[in-house]
Ligand binder design. Structure first.
Ligand code: PMP
Length: 390
């Protein structure tokens, strides 16, 4: 390792999402042949009329030699209108919103704004979205991890309370700073469960010096939101993204809703011009055409039901309900290595899913992708039982 690099970074690996299928890194046919059900994207691309509209915007409206609008006021206003409309509220305006290069960027800005310089650590219940801990570690921020119920994945609230109480060994000591941020995902990834009433009331009971981050990346699928809490509680923030239901994963647009003072702080720590002009244009177009774009959600939810109904028929699989556009499953009585073999065998047949959090997460794809993937799962499971019994 080069001698000037922070020694704690040697232990970390770079995040590599579906490397073989990443756009532009391999011949396109590789990506097209594989049913990519490992990153929870919407299976449907933007309709070509909207791509044409964006191409026109690119041609006629964007001056490539100029920096983009770096204040994002128009985009924030459009996002506020959407959030108010979808939650039946009227209280949000541009001052409650910060936008990021994906919500990943906002997670990093939040960590910088709250915990850096040894001022705080973060609390997460595992399994959950991996980037909270990964980004914290890259910044040298301590991560306290809790477990969850094995049946419904509710977080261990006794351990959670103990972790934030002062005087608990390790808390606020010189080695581990006090918990400043609790990250929850609603619904959770990879397990698909929404926050329970008990979890919500625990979050509501947290003191004002602890920030509650509710990541609603899958809101459009769950139609369950805690965004109204943000208007009542200065220590709550909701994260959202255009990468999932809105079909804009390629453009990297995320946003958050928070108290204007927290938003002003996030604006201080972000990079200038963090959202390219083209990404801003794409988010505008997606919001403008939201009713058409989100029309496919019932179809995706119906496919989720179909997938779960078929998967629960497999005695070798344990399958959980889901409020999002993915399904969490485990191979009964299998080790992580056996699950990795299962995932590899499935990929060899043409479906990639993600092994994470002690199980497997399968994104709900298009009807054709799901049908093919179900057949492949059944075939790999059948082959597995044959090889075990012989
Ligand atoms: N939060 C959760 C729970 C996610 O699953 C993801 C994407 N996998 C993100 C945030 C990040 O999304 P974005 O593409 O906006 O960075």
């Amino acid at each position: 390792m080069l001698p000037f690099i922070r020694s704690d970074l040697a232990r970390l690996a770079a995040y590599t999402p579906h490397p073989e299928a990443a756009q532009g890194s391999t011949p396109l046919h590789t990506a097209q042949e594989l049913d990519r059900l490992d990153t929870n994207e919407n299976p449907f691309d933007l309709p070509s009329e909207l791509k044409q509209k964006l191409a026109w915007t690119y041609q006629e409206m964007i001056e490539a030699n100029r920096y983009p609008d770096g204040g994002y006021t128009a985009l924030k206003q459009a996002i506020a209108a959407y959030v108010n409309e979808s939650a039946g509220l009227s209280g949000f305006d541009a001052t409650h919103i910060s936008v990021g290069n994906g919500s990943d960027e906002l997670i990093r800005s939040l960590l910088i704004a709250t915990c850096l310089q040894g001022q705080g650590s973060i609390l997460v219940a595992q399994p959950t979205f991996s980037m909270y801990a990964i980004l914290a570690q890259t910044l040298g921020i301590a991560v306290l991890s809790l477990g969850r119920s094995e049946t419904d994945f509710e977080m261990d609230l006794v351990a959670a309370q103990a972790a934030i109480e002062p005087g608990v060994p390790g808390q606020g000591s010189s080695s581990v700073p006090p918990v400043r941020v609790v990250f929850v995902t609603h619904p959770n990834s990879p397990t698909g469960n929404c926050l329970t009433a008990a979890e919500q009331s625990w979050l509501e009971s947290l003191p004002p010096q602890v920030l509650v981050v509710v990541d609603e990346a899958y809101f459009e699928f769950s139609q369950t939101t805690l965004v109204g809490e943000v208007l009542q509680r200065p220590n709550w923030i909701v994260l959202r993204t255009f990468s999932k239901a809105f079909r804009l994963a390629a453009y990297r647009v995320g946003y958050c809703l928070a108290h204007p003072e927290l938003v002003a702080t996030l604006e201080k720590v972000r990079l200038p011009y963090n959202l390219p002009a083209f990404s801003q244009a794409a988010a505008h177009v997606a919001l403008h055409h939201r009713h058409g774009l989100l029309k496919v959600i019932p179809e995706i939810l119906a496919e989720r039901t179909r997938l779960i109904s078929a998967l629960v028929q497999e005695p070798k699989l344990q399958v959980w309900p889901s409020a999002a556009n993915f399904v969490y499953l485990r191979l009964r009585g299998s080790t992580p290595v056996e699950m990795a073999h299962f995932a590899q065998a499935l990929k060899a047949q043409g479906t990639s899913l993600r092994q994470t959090g002690g199980g497997l997460r399968l994104t709900v794809g298009s009807q054709a992708e799901n049908t093919r993937s179900l057949q492949r799962i059944q075939s790999v499971l059948a082959h597995r039982s044959t090889s075990v019994s012989t």
